[in-house]
Ligand binder design. Structure first.
Ligand code: COA
Length: 203
């Protein structure tokens, strides 16, 4: 069956709840989210929706790319441009208080996870990629690859180093297809996590 037309473009401020829905549904079953937010899928989705809604609201400097199909946002990625990924204490507190409202018990686990990621953050200026998700039920049909192509084209045009974290081995393979290489590995809440970076293509 032919794939439906897909448009990859900048994400608009008015489409925030659609983006949060895609992230919360699409990332609901990632191992790190099960470890942080527990075994109940609906509670995990709610906690992720609260966390991503707070993140996108508290950090206005994030660049956002989306994939649209038949009028629906089906994929979404956020990017912290170089020099912006270390969020302020106020931003951290806004995000933490949103998580605490829906699942207070998860907060220490989220802080531990974020602390490990922060310790691996490279010192050199970098474009910090993520979160990215394709909606549940739409994964594996090339939508994420289209978002990555758009992102890596932008990286190469700007000459930016890129960096990301991931908690799934299949994602490592996915990112390697777009030029990312593993630069580190650590256990986060009992799961392996990989740290990856990508140099811009020389022109
Ligand atoms: C990772 C993700 C964005 C990739 O987008 P996608 O549209 O599913 O991927 P594509 O169809 O373009 O590419 C397929 C490749 O993605 C990888 N992949 C990772 N998770 C996958 C999934 N749930 N379903 C299918 N492919 C997946 C595989 O390497 C796959 O290659 P293969 O078909 O040779 O096995 C998407 O699967 C997703 O949202 N996953 C859940 C949330 C997540 O893990 N986000 C990234 C956090 S770092």
């Amino acid at each position: 069956m032919a794939e439906l037309p897909l448009q990859v473009r900048d994400h608009d401020q008015t489409e925030m709840s659609a983006a949060v829905g895609v992230l919360a549904r699409g990332m609901r079953d990632n191992p790190g989210h099960i470890a942080a937010f527990g075994p109940d899928p609906d509670r995990r989705r709610s906690a992720l929706a609260a966390m991503f809604s707070a993140l996108l609201g508290a950090v206005p400097t994030l660049e956002r790319i989306c994939a649209e199909q038949e009028g629906d946002i089906v994929g979404f990625a956020a990017i912290a441009p170089p020099g912006t990924c270390r969020v302020s204490l106020v931003q951290k507190m806004k995000i933490a208080s949103s998580i605490a409202k829906v699942m207070p018990g998860a907060l220490p686990r989220v802080l531990s996870w974020q602390g490990i990621w922060a310790r691996h953050d490279p010192d050199e200026p970098h474009s910090h990629f993520g979160p990215i998700a394709v909606d549940a039920g739409r994964q594996g049909h090339g939508i994420g690859s289209r978002l990555m192509t758009e992102y890596t084209d932008r990286l190469d045009a700007a000459g930016h180093l890129a960096y990301l974290e991931t908690d799934k081995p299949e994602n490592v393979t996915f990112y390697q297809r777009f030029g990312f290489e593993i630069t580190g590995e650590a256990a986060v809440l009992g799961n392996p996590n990989w740290f990856m970076s990508r140099k811009p293509a020389t022109r």
